[in-house]
Ligand binder design. Structure first.
Ligand SMILES: [Zn+2]
Length: 111
């Protein structure tokens, strides 16, 4: 017997045709498709705290690295009085004018 066309899933115990299993390289996964999906989902869910911690620890870049107060001030300057030129803001907060324009373009801040 070269090709086994059926296989038993160890998770649900059901014997299913081989196309009920996802391919894994030249072979097939041990668990059937629904069980494999359930395992993947469970693993993804169990990793949520790890992902959250990683995100919290990640260094802030761009606009986000500036203190909230500064960010609010910049946004306010542009929303309350659109006349405050980017050049002036760049000067006040010592931010590169190109950086400000980039933030504006990418929607990081409404300028
Ligand atoms: Zn199964």
């Amino acid at each position: 017997m070269k090709n086994v066309k059926i296989k038993q899933c160890p998770d649900c115990g059901v014997i299913k045709p081989i196309d009920g299993y996802y391919k894994n390289g030249r072979s097939h996964h041990t668990q059937c498709k629904p069980c494999y999906n359930a395992r993947t989902r469970a693993r993804y869910k169990s990793m949520a705290p790890v992902r959250a911690e990683k995100k919290a620890k990640a260094p802030r870049t761009g606009f986000g690295k500036y203190p909230l107060k500064v960010r609010q001030e910049i946004v306010e300057m542009r929303t309350r009085d659109k006349k405050v030129p980017l050049r002036k803001i760049a000067e006040i907060y010592d931010i590169n004018i190109c950086t400000l324009k980039y933030w504006s373009k990418t929607g990081m801040i409404k300028l």
